[in-house]
Design a protein around this ligand. Structure first.
Ligand code: FES
Ligand SMILES: [Fe+2]
Length: 453
């Protein structure tokens, strides 16, 4: 069978048990090809619009050997350029040592080597001794190279392929299913990054399924069993929780605890989540959860506990100017709790908070990646905290995330074992993994998932 035939067959079999070879995770040749075949062809999330508050605000986005300079050029306009000086190839804006990216505000970008100067439109406005080029320098060969750039969900997205189609088309159906959550209104609460000893896919795949919760986060099992599903949607995939018919809203991220008394288990789960993960909820929701036992009678059914908890939190937030979007529970059931945006970004959405992960490869090394997590919530107008990317060693992250991190380097090592036969993801709960690899195979031309038997 041809490679494309195998890929198509794999797509048909996404719901069937498949196996994925280790090549995509450990091969140096595969990792080298990812730059040209994957990352220079796909739309990539390059930063948040709130990091570009004024005209002239800029940020850099680095991926492998490429650096992209993103600049706010107008109230509603952002542009992106290759971050390289057209004179002798010096990177135009340096990423300060130890920082994830550069960020600031400039009226002009002046190259540090010979002083060529560029305006926000990417045009070169100053060249020392320009006449020495005998009239051969023009607007085109002196301008910064443009990179496709668009916005959605409050993020800036770039695509290094000038022939790439539109961002919106690329993001569907994720964009339409996530639009009701108004993610553009969320602001950072905290953001951290770190270098890990695993491939970027291993890092992302530690977060794109709920199958690992009993094994990796056994503490959560005290609050209930939360079986999850995963669905493929073309390039992307999403995951969510199975919920009983009368509690569709419980398929979202704001879930009620189980057990004898949902008032108590919800409060326990919220306190643990807030203290040990510092994400997936808000202070308002924790406070209201802690009051459930006083405000609701013993024996209140879980669906009513959930409804009261969410409604009360919504009211308290609205009174301080934090208005949650209204998303019907039937929509929550479809949108799930997290979207894996191909190839390297995950959006874990809710109506009042959000947790996102991105992983980027490290040049020349399939066994390492840069991993980052950003936690967002809704704030009153002007009330969002000032944050920046904090490089944080694994042992200094919230404990629940450390539990996830503890698997990563061990998976990378294990996949290199001569005795490893390829991954065998759970066809129902870990379907996001075959979805990623089926799509990777379309770009990379190798390593498509195959039927397990
Ligand atoms: S390399 Fe930029 S001015 Fe010479
Ligand atoms: Fe986890």
């Amino acid at each position: 069978m041809t490679e494309m035939g195998k890929i198509i067959e794999a797509a048909d079999e996404l719901e069937a048990p498949v196996t994925i070879g280790a090549e995509a995770y450990i091969s140096a040749d595969y990792a080298r090809d990812e730059r040209d075949l994957l990352f220079r062809k796909t739309w990539l999330q390059a930063g948040r619009l709130e990091d570009l508050p004024e005209v002239g605000s800029f940020m850099t986005f680095d991926l492998l050997e490429d650096s992209i300079l993103v600049v706010r050029t107008g109230a509603d306009e952002v542009k992106a350029y290759w971050n390289v000086c057209p004179h002798r190839g010096r990177r135009l804006v340096d990423t300060p040592a130890g920082r994830r990216n550069a960020r600031g505000r400039k009226m002009n970008f002046v190259c540090g080597f010979h002083g060529w100067t560029f305006n926000h439109a990417g045009a070169c406005t100053y060249i020392q001794d320009k006449e020495h080029w005998q009239g051969q320098l023009d607007d085109e060969n002196t301008a910064l190279g443009p990179v496709q750039c668009d916005t959605w969900g409050g993020w800036v997205w770039i695509n290094m392929d000038p022939k790439a189609g539109s961002l919106r088309d690329y993001l569907e159906p994720a964009a339409s299913l996530l639009d009701p959550y108004q993610l553009q209104n969320m602001r950072y609460r905290w953001r951290k990054w770190v270098k890990f000893d695993c491939n970027w896919k291993v890092a992302l795949e530690a977060f794109n399924e709920t199958y690992h919760v009993p094994g990796t986060h056994p503490e959560f099992m005290a609050f209930g069993d939360f079986p999850g599903w995963a669905h493929n949607h073309g390039l992307h995939s999403n995951i969510g929780y199975d919920a009983p018919k009368d509690m569709e809203e419980n398929s979202g991220k704001l879930r009620v605890g189980t057990g004898d008394d949902a008032r108590i288990s919800t409060a326990q789960m919220q306190n643990y989540t807030w203290a040990a993960a510092n994400t997936n909820t808000t202070q308002t929701m924790v406070d209201v959860a802690n009051a459930l036992v006083d405000e609701l009678p013993e024996g209140t059914p879980p669906a009513e506990v959930l409804g009261y908890w969410i409604q009360r939190s919504r009211e308290i937030d609205a009174a301080r100017g934090v208005v949650w979007p209204v998303v019907p529970s039937s929509h929550t059931a479809k949108a799930g709790t997290a979207w894996q945006i191909f190839p390297n970004f995950q959006i874990g959405h809710a109506v009042n908070n959000m947790l996102c992960y991105m992983a980027r490869p490290v040049p020349g090394n399939p066994d390492q990646c840069y991993f980052e997590a950003a936690v967002f919530e809704l704030y009153p107008e002007g009330g969002a905290p000032e944050t920046d990317w904090e490089y944080t060693e694994a042992q200094d992250w919230p404990p629940v995330l450390q539990q996830d991190f503890a698997n990563m380097a061990a998976v990378q090592q294990g996949m290199k074992s001569g005795g490893f036969r390829g991954t065998q993801p759970n066809p129902y709960r870990e379907r996001a993994i075959p979805s990623l690899h089926m799509n990777l195979a379309k770009f990379m031309g190798t390593s498509a998932p195959h039927k397990l038997k």
